[in-house]
Design a protein around this ligand. Sequence first.
Ligand SMILES: [Fe+2]
Length: 357
Amino acid sequence: MAITRRVFLASSAATAAIVTNEWMAPRSAGAQSKVLNLYTARHYGSDTKIYEGFFNKTKIKINLVEATADKLVERIKSEGRNSPADVIMTVDAGNLYRAQEDGVFQSIDSQVLKAAIPENLRDSGGRWYGFTKRTRVIMYNKEKFDQDKAYAAKVNGIKTYEDLGKDDLGLKILVRSSSNIYNQSLMGSIIETYDEAAAEKWAKGLVRNLARKPEGGDTPQLQALAAGQGDLAISNTYYLLRLEKSSKPEDREVAKKIGVIFPNQKKNANGDAKLGRGAHMNISGAGVAKYAPNKDAAIQYLEYLATPEVQKMFADNNNEYPAFQKPTDFDEDLMRAETLGKRNQLAIQVMDRAGWK
Ligand SMILES: [Fe+2]
């Protein structure tokens, strides 16, 4: 198996590079083997096994176009009716919803997909489907927890996202910028659960409790938490698992110091459905492109991704959860993924008004 990697530089700016990574089918497939053009914002080398499995099953070769969600959508729009894109894949319901609003998907009515993917993790219009889910949680410094009783008592009091907005929290929070889609989706879930005014009040409280001006991705928040630069961090769980499994000893040291709080668990909610709604969930998902030249192959690919074994492989590659599987160790928020998309614009406005940089 050979992988060739080509880099196209957009004429406007050198930074707008789009990498095309072509997975070559074995020679025995012959020159007439069918193809599938996969535009993806996922970039885990281990996903190659999934492409290989698809080829073995269908003899359809996958051509990869890799870029960020925004760049993929931009490219597809500029390609118009001649776009070779068959499947568009990205992370976060907010991104999928934006792509949907940009009209780059077509609606697919597949009984296989409907049966395999829980209703809340797919678009009600059949334009995109979630194949893995991830959760965004609260993390604390385990080392400090063991040494500092006052800190431990405060951390034990943190049960919900709502707690992070309290005036008397007494703990400093590390979180990335509001320009990040994960935070926008979390904000969207707060707006949906309560209302705009309550959500804004929460965001203002959270901003007052920040340890520092938001900077960097989720991993730098965890590094800062381990270094004692803050008391709590908001992060997706897979970033911690990535550090845990890292080949670098310094990453594993960071991971060792960090503990996880799954927020809004039923057992802590005294019967309050909102407080007990579960930890915030998001997805990584895909849909068939509007002008897909290989539509049948595209549907076949999505149905292949939806099989439990492939969902599991796909999830494992990034330490996520397969869409079909209910987490066993925590309660998950079953809010519809598309709701996070619908609330995205308002979430951005609310964060802006709250001064979340
Ligand atoms: Fe991520």
